[in-house]
Design a protein around this ligand. Structure first.
Ligand code: TYM
Length: 337
C-alpha cells in the first residue's frame, strides 16, 4: 500500500460575499470529512469571483476571511493545501487551453450562466460565459479524484468530466476524470423566504443565514422562515418545502435523516421545529465563529498559510501543465520558463 499515490480531493468557494449556511452544509462541512483519506486542496477562487464586479479592497479582505473560515471549520492548514486561485498561474493557463476544447453550445446550456445573465444584465462578460471552463481547469490541474460540492455545481462537474474525457480521447490518459461528492442531506439548502429557491448570498439578508450571524439574528431569521398553513411536521419537499428545508438543516447538523427529525418533532408545532433548527445552527456555528474571530486577529499567519500553500499547489499544477503542453504540441526542448 505504501507506494499507492494518495488520491486527490479538490474544491473551491468564491470569496464574493459572506458565506451562508448553504455553503457550509452543502460544501464546507464535507471538506473536513475528506482530509483523512485524500490529499485535499481547498481553493479561494478569487478569479471566479471577478466575473461579477467586486470592490478591490473588499475582495482582498474576503480572501483572508475565507481562509480563516476554512481553518475555523476544522481544515488543518498543514495537511490540506489551502490557497488562493490567483496565486497559481496554472489555473489561467489551463483554462485557456481547455477553452479550445469546449463548445459554445455546452456553455450556453449552463443554468448558472443563464441565472447570472438575468441577475447582472448590465455586465454579461465573457468571463461569466467561460466560468465553467476555469472551474474545469481548477479540478483537472490537480488530477482530482473527488470534488465535494453542492447540487448547484453538479452541471459544472458534468461538463468538467466531458472536457476531461474529450481531451483524453484525443491525447491519451492525461486527466483523471473526477467524481462529485454530495452529502446525503443538505446538498441544496433552500432560501428561508422562498423555500423553492436555493439559499444564496446574493439574495436579501433575511433569506439566508450567514456563517457569522450572531445567535439572536439566527433565531430571528429562522423564526420568520416561511412554512405553510398546516401544522403537520413531515418531510415532503414538494408539498411542504419550507418545513422540509428546516428538517433537512436539522438532519444535516445533527447527523440523522430528515424523516427521523420529523418523527421526533411530531405534534410539537412549527414553533418548536424552528427552535430546534435554530439551536442546531447556533451550536454548530458557535465554535467556528469564535475560531474565525481569533484567526482574523492574526492576518500575518493567514497570509503565511496562503503563501506557503501556493508554492505546494504550483508544484502540483506544473506537473499537469507540462504534460498538457507537451501533448498538444507547444514547442518545448526542455527549456526553462
Ligand atoms: P460557490 O462559491 O457559489 O459555493 C461554494 C460551495 O457551496 C455550495 N452551495 C450550496 N450547497 C447547498 N445549498 C446551497 N444553498 C448552496 N449554495 C452554495 C456550492 O455548491 C459550492 O460547492 N463554481 C463554484 C466554485 C468553484 C469550484 C471550483 C468548486 C470554482 N472552482 C472547483 C469545486 C471545484 C461556486 O461558485 O461555488
Amino acid at each position: 500500500m505504501e507506494n499507492t499515490p494518495q488520491k486527490i480531493c479538490f474544491s473551491g468557494i468564491q470569496p464574493s460575499g459572506t458565506l451562508t449556511l448553504g455553503n457550509y452544509i452543502g460544501a464546507l462541512r464535507n471538506f473536513g470529512l475528506m482530509q483523512d483519506s485524500f490529499q485535499c486542496l481547498y481553493c479561494v477562487v478569487d478569479m471566479h469571483a471577478i466575473t461579477v464586479r467586486q470592490d478591490p479592497a473588499a475582495l482582498r479582505r474576503r480572501c483572508l476571511e475565507l481562509t480563516a473560515t476554512y481553518i475555523a471549520s476544522g481544515l488543518d492548514p498543514v495537511r490540506n493545501i489551502l490557497y488562493c486561485q490567483s496565486h497559481v498561474s496554472g489555473h489561467a493557463e489551463l483554462a485557456w487551453i481547455l477553452n479550445c476544447f469546449t463548445y459554445m453550445g455546452e456553455l450556453q446550456r449552463m443554468t448558472q450562466y443563464k441565472d447570472k445573465c438575468a441577475k447582472h444584465a448590465d455586465n454579461i462578460n465573457a468571463g461569466l460565459f467561460t466560468y465553467p471552463v476555469l472551474m474545469a481547469a481548477d479540478i483537472l490541474l490537480y488530477q482530482a479524484d473527488v470534488v465535494p460540492i453542492g447540487a448547484d455545481q453538479k452541471q459544472h462537474l458534468e461538463l468538467t468530466r466531458d472536457i476531461a474525457q474529450r481531451f483524453n480521447a484525443l491525447f491519451g490518459d492525461v486527466f483523471t476524470v473526477p467524481e462529485g461528492y454530495f452529502g446525503k442531506v443538505g446538498s441544496r439548502v433552500m432560501s428561508l423566504q422562498e423555500p423553492t429557491r436555493k439559499m444564496s448570498k446574493s439574495d436579501p439578508e433575511d433569506t439566508y443565514i450567514a456563517l457569522l450571524d450572531p445567535p439572536d439574528v439566527i433565531r430571528r431569521k429562522i423564526r420568520r422562515a416561511v412554512t405553510d398553513s398546516e401544522t403537520d411536521i413531515r418531510f415532503d419537499p414538494v408539498n411542504k418545502p419550507g418545513v422540509s428545508n428546516l428538517l433537512s438543516i436539522i438532519a444535516a447538523l445533527s447527523s440523522c435523516d430528515a424523516e427521523q427529525a420529523a418523527q421526533e418533532l411530531q405534534g410539537q408545532g412549527y414553533g418548536k421545529l424552528k427552535e430546534r433548527a435554530a439551536e442546531c445552527v447556533i451550536e454548530t456555528l458557535a465554535p467556528l465563529q469564535a475560531e474565525h474571530k481569533r484567526l482574523m486577529a492574526d492576518k500575518a499567519y493567514l497570509q503565511g498559510v496562503l503563501d506557503e500553500n501556493a508554492k505546494r499547489a504550483s508544484q502540483m499544477a506544473n506537473r499537469t501543465l507540462s504534460k498538457v503542453k507537451r501533448k498538444i504540441g507547444f514547442a518545448d526542448w526542455g527549456r526553462k520558463a
